[in-house]
Design a protein around this ligand. Sequence first.
Ligand code: AMP
Length: 287
Amino acid sequence: MSQLVPEIARLRLLLDAHRKAGKTIGLVPTMGALHAGHRRLMEVARPESDVVVTTIFVNPTQFDRTGDLEQYPKTLDQDLALCREVGSDLVFAPTAAEMYPQPQLAWVDVPELTTHLCGAGRPGHFRGVATVVTKLLLIAEPDRAYFGEKDAQQLAVIRRLVRDLNIPVTVVGVPTVREPDGLAISSRNRHLNAYERLQARALSQALFAARDAILAGERSVKKIHSAVAPFFDGVRLEYCSIVDPQTLTPVEHIESPVLIAGAIWLGTTRLIDNVTVSVGGSAGEAG
Ligand code: AMP
């Protein structure tokens, strides 16, 4: 049974009762159009939490292109069915008016972590993400909150804001779920036509090739960029960067673990992906 809760006050009442009964709460924030990646977050949360709360909210303040917000897929009935199947106890699906009853004047921002990677091309995006995640954490007061490593910059921003603002929650990062050919699963994949879907493989292939080069001993970022450039032939590359996983600033010579992240455009669809590489140890994915 998944109970649909559209109101903040009602969610607070329900969760207060659970907390008083000594239950732990796991929060899985999403924008809906749920897929196997979201399912994995809920599956990881389920055994670790007495009460799993999945949130479905297409947050207007994080969209930097208006058409993108309108185009964002909305599939609430299917989403509820998936939440039920995985055993999410509560589904918090507020309206924009519930979350933003008046113009938002107070914002949470982590500018130092958002000048590079996606932040460079999406002004205001991470401020919207940081603000809505903070609101959700303050509304639900979960013990744990689950986020995908697929959105590595988002995860870094959330980890940092939780630390800097002393929010008492454990942030859990969940590895990226991929299609069999390597493409990271995303709500946006459904916008790809057959040809674009084939082209989409370029991103994960390039990231894996970069990772393999590092694992084989290459340490020059310049050389890695030259080696992976051919993967992006015929696609519009927004960025492909090798950065420090904590500060998200570009590195030139690889001496410690790195995050390799990229964004490409196929028509009007923007796809992102990343991997992490532990230098001198095993390779990990930050999907
Ligand atoms: P979204 O609905 O796109 O905002 O994503 C909600 C959460 O699901 C975020 O924490 C994402 O990082 C996570 N997520 C999205 N796609 C995947 C994926 N393929 N694998 C793992 N987590 C994902």
